[in-house]
Design a protein around this ligand. Structure first.
Ligand code: DAH
Length: 360
């Protein structure tokens, strides 16, 4: 038995030292010390020895058990350390590597400028509203106080569809975002404070006109709203948008069927050498239409003009993008030329906010 024990100890210690991973080591432990293990079997055999040998043999077996257990614990700690080092080496990050390349995709200037405009006006409490591109005559014209003989309705401006609405009336591609005013006021209760960015369509095509372009409509309806609110709001807007506090602005009387009085807002600019720079200068550039919502429009949506008043404005997003970012030809916006987009586009992760900077 003595021999047997020595042989087993030597064999097990060698196996433990050779164990290459924790699983192999566990197998050895079970083989030696488990219920049917070799050391366990030897311990049982002690009971069958003559009485006078049992005591010494029992001690020797206990010492063997302890040796094997200690050897396993030591080897386990060793293997765990080796495993940890292997993982640390594998997961090491080389902080001196160059950063990732800039993302390939670019945000289109129209999307960028839309986000900028929304960011500024959202800070003033305007919520974004939407309406359909395919409109009916009522929302696009009639409800906005545009009478049937008004030139804006004529075929050369408006894309009419062959399909008709349920009442047999004409369907068309909206010529402006103003119908969203009507939809908003019909669907809710005043006060209203919304902006409606979106696509609009007109039959036109040259350097500064494309058959599809983008507008933002603004509408504010409340009690005791007046022209001073309109001016303050739009002056703040323009200064925030061009990111300059010293932009000269002026309001010129104008005409729109859906506002009374109506105005157009100009910003100061300088022209020369085929360039146009917004800011101080001796020239003016029209950038938006606005006015106090016409009582006829309010009545059309069931509001009492003696209680509710408000202002509205409409501006061309593409035009503002051309001005702010110096893009000369509107038609290039919609040609889908990747080189153009790489040049004029914006990095997707730079979201415009009024506090973080609109156009960094
Ligand atoms: N709908 C006008 C257009 O497309 C723009 C406009 C002007 C909208 C004055 C307004 C406004 O809300 O008050 O030319």
């Amino acid at each position: 038995m003595e021999q047997e024990r020595e042989r087993l100890e030597a064999e097990l210690l060698a196996a433990i030292a050779a164990a290459g991973d924790l699983r192999g080591l566990e197998e050895i432990r079970v083989r030696a010390l488990g219920r049917k293990g070799e050391v366990t079997a030897l311990a049982k055999a002690v009971g069958r020895l003559p009485v006078e040998q049992r005591r010494a043999a029992g001690r020797a077996i206990n010492a063997l058990k302890r040796n094997i257990e200690e050897a396993i614990t030591r080897r386990r700690e060793e293997l765990e350390r080796i495993e940890l080092e292997r993982r640390l080496a594998g997961e090491r990050i080389d902080v001196s590597l160059p950063p990732r390349p800039r993302p390939e995709g670019r945000v289109h200037p129209v999307s960028q400028v839309t986000e900028e405009i929304v960011a500024i006006l959202a800070d003033m409490g305007f919520a974004v509203a939407e309406g359909p591109d395919v409109e009916d005559d009522f929302h696009n014209f009639t409800a906005l106080n545009i009478p049937p003989e008004h030139p804006a309705r004529q075929m050369q401006d408006t894309f009419f569809l062959e399909a008709e609405d349920e009442k047999g009336g004409p369907l068309l591609l909206r010529t402006h975002t103003s119908p969203v005013q009507i939809r908003t006021m019909l669907a809710g209760k005043p006060p209203f404070r919304i902006i409606a960015p979106g696509r609009v369509y007109r039959r036109d095509y040259d350097m500064t006109h494309t058959p599809m372009f983008h507008q933002v409509e603004g509408l504010l309806i409340d009690r005791r709203t007046h022209m001073g609110h309109l001016k303050g709001c739009l002056i703040d807007f323009v200064r925030a948008f061009f990111e300059r506090d010293d932009i000269p602005v002026r309001f010129r009387p104008s005409f729109f069927p859906f506002t009374e009085p109506s105005a157009e807002m100009d910003v100061g600019c300088r022209r020369g050498e085929g360039q146009l720079v917004v800011g101080a200068g001796d020239d003016w550039l029209e950038i938006l239409g606005c006015g106090m919502v016409h009582p006829a429009v309010l009545r059309e949506v069931g509001l009492d003009p003696d209680v509710w008043q408000g202002f509205a404005f409409g501006l061309g997003i593409d035009r503002l993008a051309m001005l702010k970012y110096g893009i000369p030809d509107l038609r290039t916006f919609f040609e889908g030329d990747l080189r153009w987009l790489r040049h004029y586009g914006f990095v997707p992760l730079d979201l415009p906010t009024t506090y973080g900077g609109l156009s960094r």
